[in-house]
Design a protein around this ligand. Sequence first.
Ligand code: MN3
Length: 286
Amino acid sequence: MSRYLTLFAASTSALNIAPAVRSRVCTPRMAAPNDADLAELQARFGVPTEPTTDRRTALGLMAGAAGLAAITPGAAYADDAMFTLPPLPYAYDALEPHIDAATMKFHHDFHHQAYINNLNKAMAGKDAASLVSLMPGAKGAKLNNAGGGHYNHCLFWSQMSGKGGGEPTGALADKMNAAFGSYDEFKTAFSAAAAGVFGSGWAWLAVAGDGSVKIVTTPNQDNPLMDGATEAGLIPIMGIDVWEHAYYLKYQNRRPEYISAFYNVIDWGKVGEYYASAAAGKPIEF
Ligand code: MN3
């Protein structure tokens, strides 16, 4: 384990602070990470490469790891950037013990921000567009990693809650039971799909044009809204990120344990809202 990962692991207690009350004063007292260290983090966790901004974000993380202060996501970018990082809708430690605070901070503040940086770079000088409107043509426009990375993580954070778990209800439950037999059978099928994603990617619960639901997987940051990513016409309403950066700090290579824990934080009320939108043919907007 590199010294930075050790610091992240040791810094969990420093992260038990709601984002709204974090200090904006940042006075790093540690040596700045050198390029080789950042390259190691990027190689290990698959952060899209953008040296200047990634380095700046990483410096903020290093300060946070030392228990001093946290970065202000997006602060390093021009005010006219097309896309910005939405704050987590809960504290970093809200999903403990299932998803740990250090992973949430690293994943949200560093990885998600990096996708947004890359997307803003790709969209510089182009007409403003909503995130969801970029999805169908994302693969053709080579925006599937940056744009998909932004969309997928927005969905991911929003569908989880510290008060999650339980089972779906209402129309969503009816459609899931019709497709899979029972909630337990859904979990078995979804877990197998998520565990079976080779390398980095996602497993999704998606809604078809007739309102039925199905499980699909995509590589990297593709998602079912993208032409050519899955069968046509699917709208994702819930997904699990199975990139190593989503679970490695707590679970190392034990992806199945992370997948099992994930069910404890799914906000089925929110996914039910997403089902209603998707069943009406409307993808979720962020
Ligand atoms: Mn991720």
